[in-house]
Design a binder for this molecule. Structure first.
Ligand SMILES: Cc1ncc(COP(=O)(O)O)c(C=O)c1O
Length: 419
């Protein structure tokens, strides 16, 4: 069981919402910092351990700065994410650049910044050399185990995944990279998303440790770092249990001793690139009830929409909802909690037991601190909403509401003739 907490007493959060206007996302910086410290402490036995925070989970420079101060790096997958990392003071090999069908100019910029470039395919060796003018000295490959692993519900079956190098290709990729001038080698995988089974993450470590041995046997190459990817889950539902970083770390340490140290591959650095389990539980989308409508079902229409949080509509994901000030009332009504988009699946919850709702109630939708605001969009010309950060010294606005002027900025009032 996981208690669904608010970042402030309900009355204070409600008063804040009434003061600044809904909807908005709010993050608890104090809790994020504590959580980052717990992760770093848990893996302190592993020299050079780093979590490259997945920028895509919460791409706000203020959050990246906070995490950088805790020793985190950044996992970037686009040019703007590389810029954000730089803005946050995360530089050089503290940046992991995981390529996704990457354009040459992004490889070139990642190389210029001294980031670790993580290649997704054997053919990307030529691309990176063309883009950078040489093979980077340090190079990483993303591994796809194919039928060796099952994947999980969100990330899917590895055989169907567009990502990563096949098992029969991986040793050759490292060999070829060395022939082209690479001198230091890292190995990466990402085979889970929102995974709450500790065993699955431990098995990922086992898979990579065994591959370190296999690659060495086939090529003589010693892997310097393995990156176990992101994908550690969070308890979205009150009856889910969180993964404990310290317990996970103990189990990985035992495997490391057996498969790395005792076989002479130490020191091997470890990393994750977790986003969700770092910031996810410490974000809330706060939104007001605009209409309560009684149709064939009862609907509570919010001032937020799936443009603010698309996980429920996209994956049917559960996000817990607290009605501020009504926590202790009986949850004896059933609502579909809907957004304001002209899309029938714009729903934050379906058939959710809640206390009786009325216009003006304020709801906190939990666990929106990762892949929440970040996945937002402008369909229906919805303007994107503000983000706030709670610190000991006060509550800070870290992104303002988008305005019509922001939205229209890229449209050309006078069409430019192209041909
Ligand atoms: C390559 C890669 N690394 C890390 C992550 C972060 O995953 P999570 O936020 O679930 O930890 C993702 C998520 O999509 C990813 O694609």
């Amino acid at each position: 069981m996981t208690e669904k907490k608010l970042p402030l007493p309900a009355e204070e959060l409600k008063a804040f919402a009434e003061r600044v206007g809904t909807p908005f996302h709010i993050y608890d910086g104090r809790a994020i910092r504590r959580n980052a410290e717990i992760m770093m402490d848990a893996f302190s036995w592993s020299e050079g351990f780093i979590n490259y925070f997945a920028v895509k989970a919460l791409p706000n420079v203020n959050i990246l700065r906070l995490l950088a101060a805790e020793g985190f790096g950044a996992d970037c997958s686009s040019l703007p994410e590389l810029r954000l990392a730089q803005e946050a003071g995360i530089t050089g090999e503290r940046i992991m650049f995981s390529s996704n069908d990457t354009p040459d100019e992004e490889f070139a910029e990642a190389y210029r910044l001294g980031a670790v470039i993580n290649l997704d395919d054997a053919t990307h060796i030529d691309s990176v050399m063309r883009a950078c003018g040489r093979m980077p000295r340090v190079i990483s490959f993303r591994y796809n185990p194919g039928p060796e692993r099952t994947g999980n519900a969100i990330i899917g079956n590895p055989v169907e995944a567009k990502y990563g190098v096949r098992h029969d290709q991986i040793a050759d990729c490292f060999r070829r990279a060395r022939e082209c001038g690479a001198e230091r080698f890292m190995l990466h995988t990402m085979v889970a998303s929102n995974e709450l089974e500790e065993d699955y993450i431990v098995e990922t470590a086992r898979m990579l440790f065994s591959l370190v041995d296999e690659i060495h046997g086939k090529t003589g190459i010693r892997i310097e770092r393995v990156d176990l990817g992101g994908g550690i889950g969070i308890p979205y539902r009150p009856d889910d249990a969180a993964i404990s970083f310290s317990h996970l770390s103990e189990r990985i340490h035992a495997l490391y001793t057996e498969m790395i140290e005792q076989k002479g591959y130490a020191p091997l650095k470890l990393s994750f690139e977790c986003g969700r389990c770092i910031t996810g539980p410490y974000g809330w989308l706060v939104s007001g009830v605009r209409h309560v409508a009684h149709k064939y079902k009862d609907y509570a229409g919010l001032d937020a929409s799936m443009a603010d949080l698309m996980r429920p509509a996209m994956y049917g994901a559960y996000h817990h909802i607290t009605v501020l000030g009504k926590e202790d009332l009986p949850h004896d009504r059933t609502y579909d909690v809907t957004g304001s988009l002209c899309e029938n699946n714009d729903k934050f919850a379906v058939d959710r037991p809640l206390p009786v709702l009325e216009r003006g109630d304020i709801l906190a939708i939990h666990d929106t601190g990762a892949h929440g605001h970040a996945m937002g969009f402008n369909y229906n010309a919805k303007l994107r909403h503000a983000e706030y950060l709670i610190e000991d010294s006060g509550i800070y606005r870290i992104r303002r509401n988008e305005t019509y002027e922001d939205y229209i900025r890229t449209q050309l009032d006078r069409p430019e003739k192209v041909i």
